[in-house]
Design a protein around this ligand. Structure first.
Ligand SMILES: NC(=O)c1ccc[n+]([C@@H]2O[C@H](COP(=O)([O-])OP(=O)(O)OC[C@H]3O[C@@H](n4cnc5c(N)ncnc54)[C@H](O)[C@@H]3O)[C@@H](O)[C@H]2O)c1
Ligand SMILES: [Fe+2]
Length: 388
């Protein structure tokens, strides 16, 4: 065991970080007050040894594995049925962001009487929830990207309206996180790259979001620096446990930082993911440079600090922009949304939905639906000039 990669952190929640720490899952459940856990994971992981081992290690646990990427209300409802039928008293959310979000929302909804959409992240809607009805969660991330393990929200697709809705409550924060890099070594290079850039975009958008939040800003900068160094290493050698552990930490840092806000990359990625079922991180990774061009007039001061943090020489905007393009190329991220199956069928709808997305409010350049539609077109076509 590498002791330099091991730590117990209590910010923003209790995190037990280090290789091999998944063996402490029973203690994590006990610490979170869970005796009959429902393990929530996704279809892709249900047969994985790590899930079977978790089930074997936890007395009185059951498994719910019918979650898919971009989880929808129907997945949450099926999870809730399993939770109630099994008389569970908490959730082990185990997997990538999709499984973590679904598991967190199942635990949140387990004791609510109002419908899920009443808890969308709008104003103070979260105060509608009965806090006593929120079951505890232990989160075990197996991708290093979304940071959902330390987040107070879950993203759920409304299949009827094709909208990805953010369900928010401060008490949705998992009680204990096991951040074990050994669980991520089987993640293929492509998903490693896409999820890692999602974490980078969380840090980047949070840092550039307007508002005074020096705690988030500091975390965002260090998150970007870690990802610059360790994401290529994790992609080139999936078994590089040091890189995997740093990436898990950086992912949690991204989600911690974005309590400050996100921006146009996420505002566009949400409707694109809802309409085209593209992977969230990959969508962000493609869109990022187009939004950097669009936001340029408002983010030059931030880019000076980011370029310094990433040790990039030359004029800050050009240095950072070129580095982003090169980083994407090296990680084999496509340059256009068309490359990942997105079409120009209905740009106005994407533009409208992006302008209404909760992430749009903290984009450094106020952006209307027409401009979002133009940005979307530029990313589909790969036309950086159109984004400017
Ligand atoms: N709650 C938040 O704050 C937040 C933030 C960003 C994104 N999200 C949401 O998270 C979801 C995306 O999550 P994601 O990027 O982690 O992808 P994901 O959870 O959809 O997983 C992607 C794929 O990787 C597989 N996988 C996961 N771990 C693996 C492992 N260790 N080895 C091999 N395969 C593995 C999964 O089975 C799946 O096929 C989206 O729905 C997005 O909206 C939530
Ligand atoms: Fe994201």
């Amino acid at each position: 065991m590498n002791l330099t990669l091991r730590g117990n952190w209590n910010y923003p929640t209790t995190i037990w970080a280090g290789p091999g720490r998944i063996v402490e899952l029973p203690q994590a459940c006990a610490a979170a007050g869970i005796r009959r856990p429902l393990i929530v994971t996704d279809e892709g992981l249900i047969g994985a040894p790590m899930i079977r081992q978790a089930l074997a290690a936890l007395k009185d646990a059951a498994l719910f594995g019918a979650v898919r990427g971009n989880p929808a209300l129907s997945h949450v409802e099926a999870g809730l049925r399993a939770y109630r039928a099994g008389g569970h008293d908490g959730v082990v959310a185990f997997g990538g962001g999709s499984a973590l979000d679904a598991g967190k929302v199942v635990a949140f909804m387990s004791g609510q009487t109002r419908p899920l959409w009443d808890f969308e992240d709008i104003g103070d809607w979260w105060t509608r929830a009965d806090e006593r009805g929120i079951a505890p969660v232990v989160a075990v991330p197996t991708t290093a990207g979304t940071g959902s393990e330390v987040g107070r929200a879950g993203v759920v697709l409304n299949e009827a309206t094709h909208q990805k809705k953010i369900i928010f409550h401060p008490k949705m924060m998992p009680g204990v996180v096991i951040s074990d890099p050994e669980l991520t070594i089987g993640l293929p290079a492509g998903v490693t790259a896409a999820t890692g850039i999602d974490a980078f975009v969380h840090c980047f958008e949070a840092y550039c979001a307007p508002g005074f939040h020096p705690l988030a800003d500091g975390i965002a900068l260090e998150g970007m620096r870690l990802i610059q160094i360790y994401l290529p290493r994790a992609c080139e050698n999936g078994k590089d446990i040091e890189a995997r552990s740093r990436m898990l930490a950086a992912a949690s840092m991204g989600a911690t930082a974005f309590q400050k806000g996100l921006g146009a990359v996420h505002a566009i990625a949400h409707p694109v993911g809802a309409f085209f079922n593209t992977h969230h991180g990959l969508t962000n990774a493609v869109i990022l440079p187009y939004v950097i061009v669009h936001n340029r007039p408002a983010i030059e001061p931030q880019l000076r600090v980011i370029a310094r943090t990433l040790d990039l020489a030359g004029e800050p905007f050009a240095a950072f922009f070129d580095w982003v393009l090169e980083f994407r190329r090296r990680l084999r991220i496509p340059h256009t949304l068309a490359d990942i199956g997105v079409t120009l069928k209905d740009p106005d709808t994407i533009g409208r939905e992006a302008s209404l997305d909760p992430s749009a409010g903290s984009n450094p350049v106020p952006t209307d639906a027409t401009t979002y539609a133009r940005l979307f077109r530029s990313a589909v076509k790969g036309d950086l000039e159109l984004a400017g």
